[in-house]
Design a binder for this molecule. Structure first.
Ligand code: ATP
Ligand code: MG
Ligand code: MG
Length: 366
């Protein structure tokens, strides 16, 4: 049988790997950690850093197709793999999305709307140029931020010093603060032939800058849905996407949207598709990287996805058996550290508001 090699061994790799295994593939995974969520389900484990020459060589040898499950892998290593193995997605999208400066520029070039922003290589440059964006604004490191880490909101010039430490590791971008009414995400998947589909749009609710709940379909007007799918399609076509791209967006009061950021992989806000769609984001990703025609996504029922962080695991396990409609996923991470993504729950429901209240009433996510 054929083997799909996955770079990165987190939960996204695990769910991607499980989908691939269901379709009859073997899985090889490259990840630096011993007991990664994807490593646990893999047929072949390569435990090594992402830039390890011998490990990359081995992955190339055992894999018929190579994909990745997150963007902060070693770009040069991925680039080298494209020369010695079949990497349908290429390396360019990872280069772009690893760096917010490149990412924003590409979104703008695609014609999709972005917040007014500037880039600053140094703190001095930030001080010189910040007036071009004004206040309030958000300063974000170009490299490596996630779950709101590596960013600072500035409400006035008096606060500028709070952004200085961001520059120790990276250049930054400064973007206008967007007073959004909602956050949504479009997961678009595309194959090399240029066929693409968006999954039903998720409405995302964050707590402490970490995704807490996704509600599907997003509770927005049909006009927003059209704009959001058009923007995602523009970006995907511009980037000549192969595989999966998650496009995070803000919805404004005036009925417009602004693109926040991209993730070149399956996304937390698409986990609902495992139960609630006729094709999960992971199955569709496998189809896309294999060069197969894509299935037109269809939502079986409205649903809510709730993230399970370290602190939620114990209280959830006490009661989850009493909720037969909750589909629980735990990723096999041994250490339930606070704020660490350990799993998620998907609930299909015809009464979104009522179910949101039930989730709150459990006290697990208080
Ligand atoms: P992720 O975990 O989604 O990768 P991240 O650390 O890369 O997050 P962003 O998605 O850019 O960071 O920002 C995190 C959150 O901060 C957003 O979901 C949004 O709630 C808020 N935010 C980011 N940029 C802006 C902005 N320009 N205006 C208003 N809020 C913003
Ligand atoms: Mg991000
Ligand atoms: Mg984000």
């Amino acid at each position: 049988g054929q083997t799909i090699g996955i770079i990165g061994g987190g939960q996204l790799g695990r769910m991607m790997g499980l989908a691939a295994k269901e379709a009859g593939f073997k899985i090889a995974v490259l990840d630096p950690t011993m007991d990664s969520p994807c490593g646990q389900i893999a047929d072949i484990r390569i435990v090594a850093p992402y830039d390890d020459e011998a490990a990359l060589q081995e992955l190339a040898e055992v894999s018929d197709i190579i994909t990745y499950e997150f963007e902060n892998i070693d770009y040069d290593g991925l680039k080298r793999l494209t020369q010695i193995a079949h990497v349908p997605q290429g390396a360019e999208l990872v280069r772009i999305t690893q760096n917010r400066i490149n990412e924003k520029a590409e979104i703008r070039t695609s014609g999709a709307p972005v917040a007014n922003y500037i880039e600053a290589q140094t703190f001095d440059e930030l001080k010189d140029k910040i007036a071009e964006v004004g206040f309030p604004c958000i300063v974000k490191t170009a490299f490596g931020g996630y779950d709101g880490k590596g960013q600072v909101k500035l409400d006035s010039a008096q606060q500028i010093a709070e952004a200085e430490s961001l520059f120790t590791h990276s250049a930054c971008i400064v973007e206008a603060f967007i007073p959004f009414t909602k956050e949504i995400s479009v997961i678009i998947q595309r194959n090399a032939a240029g066929q693409s589909y968006c999954l039903p749009i998720a409405e995302n609710i964050h707590k402490n800058h970490i995704l807490h709940e996704s509600i599907i379909p997003a509770r927005v007007s049909p006009n927003i849905i059209i704009q959001a799918e058009e923007a995602a399609t523009k970006i995907a076509d511009h980037l000549e996407l192969v595989g999966t791209l998650a496009v995070e967006m803000f919805v404004l009061e005036n009925g417009e949207i602004i693109i926040n950021e991209l993730a070149p992989r399956p996304h937390n806000s698409g986990h609902y598709s495992i139960e609630a769609c006729n094709v999960s984001q992971f199955h569709q990703h496998v189809r896309a990287v294999c060069g197969w025609p894509l299935r037109k996504p269809k939502l079986w029922a409205p649903c809510i996805m709730v993230n399970v962080l370290g602190e939620h695991v114990a209280p959830l396990k006490k009661v989850v058996m009493n909720y037969p409609d909750w589909s629980i996923h735990l990723y096999g991470k041994s250490e339930a550290k606070e704020k660490r993504k350990m799993g998620h729950v998907t609930i299909m429901t015809d009464q979104i508001e009522k179910t949101l209240k039930e989730i709150d009433a459990t006290g697990i996510w208080a």
